[in-house]
Design a binder for this molecule. Structure first.
Ligand SMILES: [Zn+2]
Length: 240
């Protein structure tokens, strides 16, 4: 994509233009991999037209760029010292020599220790995923007990729990009453984990997101709106 440039009160603005079949009415902004501005414009708009709109909105563009760059994620490398999420906090991954051929994760004193003879990114990643999986099973089972204890419609029921690494969903509840939670949720803070569990527990009673469902959710977790917003805004951080 060709880089174009525009003079602004603050200096100059670099951008490139692209088109997408679905973008037919408005202009969209996004970042490329290097953090540069990409303008997605309807195909029939001319370069001059786009330029005029951009120059009238430089303040909004600067604000978009500042915010988007802040949220742009570096891909995880699984290197020594890299920070990884666990229960809403970030802890350093620290390599330690160990006798085993496989890397083993030990979490202590606010450090995620990766012990092993060799620390290739692939093996460290696999070890970390296995560790997350174990922690998730432990923590989610405990939290499920606690949150279910506040939901009178669950009394006396056994709620089977399954874990999966999912790309888009945090949890779901089958018509057979099996709750499935996203393993990545172990990276989120406890109140957020609880709020996803509360949501799914309400589905044991109300399958659809109707009024009755939200009345139930309101009772079980009056904070559900804030929790949902928080999870939405932080989801990219946890879904890696
Ligand atoms: Zn739902």
């Amino acid at each position: 994509m060709r880089r174009l440039s525009l003079k602004t009160p603050a200096g100059s603005l670099e951008y490139s233009i692209t088109h997408r079949p679905r973008v037919t009415k408005r202009l969209h902004m996004e970042l490329d991999e290097e953090g540069g501005l990409v303008v997605v414009a309807p195909r029939h708009w001319s370069k001059t037209q786009i330029r005029t709109i951009l120059s009238r909105n430089t303040y909004r563009i600067e604000r978009f760029l500042a915010k988007a760059r802040l949220h742009q994620l570096e891909p995880l490398l699984y290197s020594n010292g890299e920070l990884h999420f666990y229960l809403g906090e970030r802890y350093p991954l620290v390599f330690h020599p160990g006798a085993g051929r496989k890397v083993c994760i030990v979490f202590s004193e606010n450090i995620i220790r990766a012990e092993g003879r060799q620390h290739q990114a692939k093996t460290v990643r696999a070890a970390l995923q296995a560790w997350y999986q174990n922690q998730a099973l432990k923590v989610f089972s405990e939290r499920l007990q606690i949150v279910a204890g506040r939901a009178d419609w669950v009394e006396g029921r056994v709620v089977p729990l399954k874990l999966r690494r999912m790309k888009r969903t945090w949890g779901n509840c089958s018509s057979h009453g099996v709750i499935k939670l996203n393993t990545h949720l172990i990276k989120a803070p406890l109140p957020v984990i609880d709020s996803v569990i509360a949501h799914e527990l309400c589905h044991l009673q109300e399958m659809n997101h109707g009024r009755a469902f939200y009345a139930l959710l309101e009772r079980l977790n009056p904070n559900w709106r804030q929790d949902r917003l928080r999870l939405r805004s932080e989801s990219k951080l946890y879904l890696q």
